[in-house]
Design a protein around this ligand. Sequence first.
Ligand SMILES: Nc1ncnc2c1ncn2[C@@H]1O[C@H](COP(=O)(O)OP(=O)(O)OP(=O)(O)O)[C@@H](O)[C@H]1O
Ligand SMILES: [Mg+2]
Length: 157
Amino acid sequence: MTDARDQWAPDAAATEACGAALAQALLPGLVVHLHGDLGAGKTTFARGLLQALLPGQRVKSPTYTLVERYRAGTLDVLHLDLYRLADPEELEFLGVREDVGRAVLLVEWPQRAGDRLPPADVDVALEPAAGGRSIRWTARTPAGRRALARPPDLDPT
Ligand SMILES: Nc1ncnc2c1ncn2[C@@H]1O[C@H](COP(=O)(O)OP(=O)(O)OP(=O)(O)O)[C@@H](O)[C@H]1O
Ligand SMILES: [Mg+2]
């Protein structure tokens, strides 16, 4: 089984659809790191995932709050954007550590956390290409592999 998979998202709706596909495979405690430069589509991907769990939910970027919390049934999902995290120690004040291992973590700019957050089960890397985005999924752990092994309707590129 391969641990990496590539997809092509020609527009923002397709990026959202990729996020929605992952929503079907979430497990409590799953850690998803969202990589890509400013404007790559990380929040768009997270929005698709969250709205698949919570139809009609408004999903705003955690640009200033750094973390937005959602609950889908019994599953807690935390959406983090750590771009403005000045120091990894700030994570202590966000109260995120208690959620590790229990809530799903969707993390934009995960490298800003240093080792204060767990490593990814699934890495999602978005990169602009030809007007759309290329999206590469990589499973890093057995939990991540399980999540990506049940990818509902991902069309390979
Ligand atoms: N596949 C795509 N093709 C074209 N545009 C896209 C695609 N996916 C997302 N976009 C657009 O890219 C723009 C930036 O998206 P988004 O805010 O999700 O980026 P981001 O990676 O979260 O940026 P930041 O690092 O600033 O948080 C939005 O206008 C969004 O609609
Ligand atoms: Mg963003």
